[in-house]
Write a protein that binds this ligand. Structure first.
Ligand code: M6R
Length: 616
């Protein structure tokens, strides 16, 4: 939600900031704006509702001066609609200070009333604007932007990342962070601030993670970090292990297509180095001592959206391989129902971004209750792993498209690894069994590749359904979360009514939705192994077909039993039952992406959405 960039250095700040915003636009695209400090000592700003392209057009008609210091913002609207007036940056009445913000300032109404009483005229409906006015007042009395920021932050409640410049300190950018992300990029004679390293990766791969409640003062030749009281703060520098090309489209029309294609590598990278020569899983980052893991008597997985679906699949693997009861819960619901947690509960927080506020709040609640928290995360140094007891990073590389694809597959791999690791530590899985599953997992990358090579009929089918209003998805066992994920992808990309159901539940109500020609996608479990499950779903397919549904069946290659009942058959390679989601999800991603394109929708930036949801 909202992307922020700040720059001070030897280049034209406007160019650097705009390039950074292009890379952060996935975070929100309701409006965009920039402010630069001109060489003549003035502050100039421009902002425009809509996508960044609107702002760029405005800047082409009315250029801003080139100066070495600037800030920028791309917005996902919370307080106030997506208008020019509500776009960031927000300035004070004298036009000397400019502020951009990500988050929600919860006490803004009270601060706004107070400012109005002191004669400030506020021009927008946002919560952010109060900060520019408060900063202006504080700066007038202390003459130091970093100190003014500390004073203001002590008055704010809620979640906020703020970045500000002041015309009277033209070589300084100041940032502050509480709950929402902010990273420093350390360059040579130049420094950067951004919500995500992608904004400055073309300039530097050296970064500093800012902690909770810290203020950073950025100059060309240095970075000073303090807490909100001004005490020097400990910071954690790190090297970003991917480069600018990873965050480019690389010849694909959309990031989503590129990210779907990157899945075999993402899966393989997430497995890399996690099993030693004796076949033992060694998850070094899981710093929870084995003795404590042996004591765990309950696992709770918390996550949102696609990550939640990965968590639902994790439940099957964890319970099957470790025999520990496992619940998977929507992070946004978790803490409000007063869950039963104690020192023997292991909470697993799954998040691509590591910044999802609902998941962060769930993990904080879990830790307050004494539970241990293990994060599964794709973003190095983000808040969720920082605040967890341990982390297992997925190695999907940057995921830019709003619809999650490669992150999902790598979350699944990480969940399987955690389940096997728990089994190994607790002795419910022996070395040869762990090795066997890891070997099967290692083969999945090639199988995903195989699925990707056979997707043309799926694309064709998707195009033929472009004028439908509803698509239903059915699955059983681990196929049920896959059905939910297929439906979510279709909703967010194609804006169609799409629902996922447990196939056995259909007869308890949803079957009433089936009418002539409604497309129903059915994820069929392997006919090998648990054949009861397979037989049941074959009956379910017959039931819906008898009522006129157009059946789109995803089944294992060679599954002859489904063939007579499939109007469209999508074959996937044979896999062990628990691992099937890794291959069964891929056609659903391709299906949703193609349907979105056929309906003329924006694939990478679907309406109303943002990649990282940093508000509750
Ligand atoms: O960054 P996270 O994994 O915590 O994000 C969770 C959800 O917001 C995310 O998976 C969302 O549902 C995706 N847009 C779905 O494609």
């Amino acid at each position: 939600m909202c992307g922020i960039v700040g720059y001070v250095g030897g280049q034209c700040a406007l160019d650097v900031v705009l390039a950074g915003l292009r890379r952060l636009e996935y975070r929100g695209y309701d409006s965009a704006g920039v402010a630069v400090l001109a060489d003549d000592g003035g502050l100039a700003a421009a902002k425009k509702a809509g996508k960044l392209a609107n702002l760029e057009k405005e800047l082409a008609d009315r250029p801003l001066p080139s100066g070495p210091t600037g800030i920028g913002h791309t917005r996902w609207a919370t307080h106030g609609g997506p208008t020019d007036a509500n776009a960031h940056p927000h300035l004070d009445n004298a036009g000397r200070v400019a502020v951009v913000h990500n988050g929600i300032i919860e006490n803004f109404a009270e601060l706004r009333a107070e400012l109005a009483e002191r004669g400030h005229a506020l021009a927008s409906e946002t919560d952010t604007e109060v900060v520019s006015h408060l900063l202006s007042e504080s700066f007038s009395s202390c003459g130091d932007l970093a100190e003014a920021m500390r004073q203001v932050c002590r008055r704010l409640e809620g979640a906020f990342t703020l970045v500000a410049v002041h015309a009277d300190e033209p070589d300084v950018v100041v940032g502050a962070r509480r709950n929402s992300p902010l990273v420093v990029g350390v360059g040579d004679g130049e420094n950067f601030l951004a919500s995500d390293v992608a904004a400055f990766i073309a300039h530097t791969r050296e970064a500093i993670e800012l902690g909770q409640d810290q203020v950073v003062e950025l100059r060309r030749d240095g970075v000073v970090v303090t807490d909100f009281d001004g005490a020097p703060a400990d910071v954690r520098p790190y090297h970003v292990d991917w480069d600018a090309s990873a965050a480019e489209k690389g010849g694909y029309d959309y990031f989503m297509l590129k990210e779907i294609a990157e899945q075999p590598k993402a899966v393989a990278d997430t497995l890399l180095g996690r099993i030693d020569e004796t076949g033992t899983l060694s998850l070094d980052e899981v710093r929870i001592p084995a003795a404590e893991l042996r004591e765990v008597d309950k696992v709770v997985v918390v996550a949102c959206g696609t990550a939640y679906h990965a968590g639902l699949i994790a439940k099957y693997a964890i319970e099957h391989w470790t025999r520990i009861p496992c619940e998977t819960e929507l992070a946004s619901e978790f803490r409000y129902r007063d869950p039963i947690l104690d020192q023997r509960t292991l909470v697993i927080a799954v998040s691509q971004s590591g910044e999802t506020m609902d998941t962060l709040m769930a993990l904080r609640h879990a830790r307050e209750q004494g539970a241990k928290v293990l994060a599964i995360c794709n973003t190095n140094g983000s808040t969720i792993p920082r605040e967890s007891d341990a982390v297992l990073y997925t190695h999907a590389g940057p995921e830019v498209a709003v619809a999650s694809t490669k992150a999902f597959l790598t979350q699944l791999v990480a969940c399987y690894l955690v389940a096997l690791y728990l089994g190994q530590v607790r002795g419910t899985k022996w070395g040869d069994e762990v090795r066997g599953v890891v070997r099967e997992l290692s083969e999945i990358a090639r199988e995903v590749e195989e699925v990707l090579e056979t997707m043309e009929p799926v694309r064709e089918l998707a195009r033929s359904l472009a004028d439908k209003n509803t698509v239903l998805f059915l699955g059983r066992h681990v196929g049920y979360p896959v059905a939910l994920e297929g439906a979510l992808k279709l909703k967010e990309l194609a804006y169609m009514h799409a629902e996922g159901f447990a196939a056995g539940e259909l007869k308890h109500g949803p079957i009433a939705l089936i009418e002539k020609d409604v497309p129903v996608v059915v994820v069929v479990p392997s006919p090998r192994g648990r054949s009861v499950l397979h037989d049941k779903i074959v009956s379910n397919i017959q039931e819906i077909r008898a009522r006129g549904a157009r059946t789109i069946v995803i089944a294992e290659r060679g599954d002859a039993a489904v063939r007579p009942y499939a109007d469209h058959l999508i074959e996937i390679p044979p896999t062990p039952v628990l691992l099937q989601p890794l291959v069964a999800t891929v056609p659903l991603q391709v299906f949703a992406c193609e349907l979105a394109t056929a309906r003329g929708n924006e694939v990478d930036q679907p309406r109303n959405l943002a990649k990282s949801v940093t508000v509750e």
